[in-house]
Design a protein around this ligand. Structure first.
Ligand code: TYM
Length: 332
């Protein structure tokens, strides 16, 4: 396919409210590509059902997430912003790619291992083949870059392997994508167990900050964040809790680690933790307030997501038609 500009694609699951980790690791970086890339961003509801979802909540979260992406700065007129299940080509290409993805490759995926441990009563085939659907998302749009947090690097690398395998048999059908991972905030950790990533599916709500949390909740959670007995504000591998708070403070203020350490030299956690809380409240405030404003006009959001699906379907159909032809499927 001949493209005028390179393509940026990314997706996020509407499996709950989004966290500070999602925002810092991924969402806040997406709008910056809009001037130089053709951007395609997607609420991946089909991925979300690999674990059980309550239908009413899923509907709410998908719409709210769509609004949040706009609130983060994605312009639905400039970028293609849509809901995955509205574009059937994703599920169709995923099937094809399943036939080019190896059992051994899927077995090695960290996210599959973690989720199957957490949902031991529901290790369904969708959870296992999830990376083939993700590869379909990316490859349908002839994507060059995939802005994601560190935890998705492995899935993007597998996507490249699948694309290469397919291209090896049928010629240059897919562009090979590359993960783009931020230098600050690529892996925001849990506030309660700083050896684990901050996740919206964690049980203890003090372990994560939600973009929609009230300022009071944010302050409370940071005050309760796990630190250590050596009360110095210094980044170090043996101080994972404090190191995570320093990284969060850097992400929220744009300061460097050295600047933060200097600012809090000789000061304890009693001063540092509320300062992180306040910085994060101000950092998230515009997104929360804009999301609330957008959610007041659901009709407009529906108009935008329909328009997004139409634009996405037109691009996706070109790739899918080419794939079907290469495979030897009779034309429709
Ligand atoms: P998801 O919905 O879990 O997360 C969305 C984005 O947020 C990033 N992220 C984090 N970054 C830093 N620190 C954290 N604690 C943290 N938690 C999450 C993720 O890396 C991701 O970029 N499989 C994907 C969704 C997906 C996708 C795609 C992404 C489906 N199709 C195609 C890119 C391209 C996922 O589960 O992300």
């Amino acid at each position: 396919m001949i493209k005028d500009r390179k393509v940026s694609f990314s997706g996020i699951q509407p499996s709950g409210n989004i966290t500070l980790g999602n925002y810092v690791g991924a969402l806040r970086n997406w709008p910056s590509y809009q001037d130089d890339y053709d951007c395609v961003y997607c609420v991946v509801d089909e991925h979300a059902i690999t674990v059980r979802q309550d239908p009413a909540k899923l509907r709410h979260h998908a719409l709210e997430l769509y609004a949040q992406l706009i609130a983060c700065g994605i312009d639905p007129e400039k970028s293609i912003l849509f809901i995955q299940s509205h574009v059937p080509a994703h599920a169709e290409l995923a099937w094809v790619l399943n036939c080019f993805t190896m059992f051994g490759e899927l077995s090695r995926m960290t996210q599959f291992k973690e989720k199957s441990a957490r949902h031991a009563d529901n290790i369904n085939a969708g959870l296992f083949t999830y990376p083939s659907l993700m590869a379909a998302d990316i490859l349908l749009y002839q994507t060059d870059i995939v802005p994601v947090g560190e935890d998705q690097r492995q899935h993007v690398e597998l996507t490249r392997d699948i694309a290469q395998r397919f291209n090896g048999v049928y010629g240059d059908v897919f562009t090979l994508p590359e993960a783009v991972i931020p230098t600050v905030g690529a892996r925001v950790m849990s506030l309660q167990e700083p050896d684990k990533k901050m996740s919206k599916s964690a049980e203890n709500e003090n372990s994560y900050i939600l973009v929609m949390d009230t300022p009071d909740a944010i302050m409370r959670k940071f005050k309760r964040a796990i630190t250590d007995s050596d009360a110095t504000v210094r980044k170090s591998p043996d101080k994972p809790g404090v190191s995570n708070l320093i990284d969060i403070y850097c992400a929220a203020t744009g300061m460097t680690v050295e600047e933060v350490e200097r600012q809090f030299e000789g000061k304890g956690y009693g001063e540092f933790k509320p300062a992180v809380g306040e910085a994060v409240v101000e950092f998230l405030r515009p997104v929360r307030e804009e999301t609330e404003r957008l959610m007041a006009d659901k009709g407009e959001l529906e108009r935008l997501y329909r328009q997004g699906a139409e634009k996405a379907a037109a691009v996706a159909a070109r790739t899918l038609t080419k794939v079907h032809k290469k495979l030897g499927f009779l034309p429709r």
